[in-house]
Design a protein around this ligand. Sequence first.
Ligand code: NCD
Ligand code: ZN
Length: 373
Amino acid sequence: MPANANTPAPRLTLPRWHDLHAHFRQGELLRPLLRAHAAMGCAGILAMPNTVPPVAKVFPGDAAFDCWSIEEYLRMIRDADGGFDDIIVPLYLSENATPEMISAGAKSGLLRACKYYPPRGTTNAEHGRPLDHYMQNGVFEAMAEHGVVLCLHGEEHGLAPENYFDSAANAETFFYRERAPRLAEKFPDLKIAAEHVSTKAAVDFVLQAGENVAASVTPQHLLYTAGHLLQGCKYHLYCLPLLKFDADRAALRAAVTDPRNTKFFAGTDSAPHARKATDCGCAAGCFTGGVAPQLYAMAFEEAGVDLSAPVGQGIFARFLCCNGPAFYDLPVSKETFTLIKEDRNVASLATPDGNIVTLAEGAGLKTLPWRIA
Ligand code: NCD
Ligand code: ZN
């Protein structure tokens, strides 16, 4: 409802938050994408390593294929925008990764996290190896020993289409029922961030696991279901993991809005694609740069949280601003940003690669009910 002179619009002042999963790409795209994140109150970012080439070594030097080091990609990010308190760049796990690389990287302070991609399972994931590879070659053991977080893209790769997205099971449920329990059992000290969880099966796994296991949740998986994507084929809602069913969305909403939630935190998976759909397919990834806190606030309200009341605001702040930094051993920001309950028109982001359509526009919204002050 629009504010009038007698009733000031509700406002929410929060610590600047950490987006603990986002894609900033490379080259000329870096600056506008980083700026869009800074403009939505981010104090810190976890910048995903599926760049071109990928970030698949810790230090500059030889590798089995063309790749950047964490040191190099961190410098590119800082040169493009120096405005973040914390930047984590996970190592893209590939055939390069060895226990020696993990321990040297961790000791240097550069290596804080590693990213598991299911081989060819998503955008730029062709260098990934199956999970078993790192379970057996000492890499996960070294990560556990040095407190390096495993960022998990929890989907089974290579399934037949019939099993990839079935009403009873899908690539993510398979992973969290079959693979993840064995991983957690074999490495009880390994810190695992189950990323962009999209199913009740993943939520259940995270809830029953120890304190070493937490999860990030995106705006799209809290707001929408596969039906939203399919009705009108709104391909800007196409991301991996795919949007799921109402029972899955309900489980995600229950997890993030639970007043005792310490395990679920914000990680947008904002993934820009200037050319999204082609004649023979669609790039996976939803772009939420500039609009993520507004979309998260919308989702919390749809889930029944009253963001004008202190209790609701506390629940939202824990999810957006506190649980993620706590899991990654980062301080909660002492600076603040403010969300105001006022309609704002949605717009695309202009970049040297072309306009990037946000999830909000892609979902058919003309306005967002919150704006950032
Ligand atoms: C991501 C991208 O475009 O880089 N896409 C996506 O659908 N989430 C890759 C990823 O995180 O899976
Ligand atoms: Zn991602």
